[in-house]
Design a protein around this ligand. Sequence first.
Ligand code: 13P
Length: 260
Amino acid sequence: MSNQRPALVVGNWKMHGRLAGNAVLLQHVAQGARALPQDVRVGVCVPFPYLPQAQALLDGSPVAWGAQDVSAHEQGAYTGEVAAEMVAEFGAAYAIVGHSERRAYHGESPELVATKTQRALAAGLTPIVCVGETLEQREADATRDVVGAQLDAVLAVLSADDAARIVVAYEPVWAIGTGKSATSEQAQEVHAFLRERLAAKGAQVADVPLLYGGSVKPDNAVELFRQPDIDGGLIGGASLKDADFLAICAAAAAVADSAS
Ligand code: 13P
């Protein structure tokens, strides 16, 4: 973390949750987040049907909320799709786009992810653009090529001013849900590479928040967040447990405090 950029920790609930359990989790997270310093921002990205619940329970709290995807279309005959404008109507701040689970299971191409990013921005949402390589790609020494191409596809369709409004999450596919996080050195190396690519788009893009995701837990968060180009985390499994998620937020606060 660097003192130029605020820390950001976002939970990605994926396809988890039920109304009753969500209420307890959201209330505890909102309560815990009140104790955090203002330079640590916190968000939760919930399944679409729970956006009104997140809005009702988080409005007025320091915790922002968002969705895990948006349609590439504005509106129309697209059964089952959810438009970015609909998400925004529920007060959402964020929309994850291009998560590796969507790229892998729904065949989302880099171009589609780029269009979704544009839709999110047009609706006033902050897109959290996910990039990451598979284990095979890492072993073939293709990590930079893969994440560079994923990021470039998005940057290609944005003005520098719009690009400055996104968040990028580096999530190595092999580290997601596996309990096997990238080492802080591995993550920092890719983050520094992504930072360079962002800076090449324009000076105002260089300080886009860069989150690391993939098996972030309370016990490895400090070490990851200490890296100069890691501005926070995108948290899967640990965001479903209030104590773990808040401990990760507290780790971001501790690192931000020592960086300032
Ligand atoms: P885990 O934290 O469960 O590894 O998931 C990471 C992720 O995919 C967040 O988007």
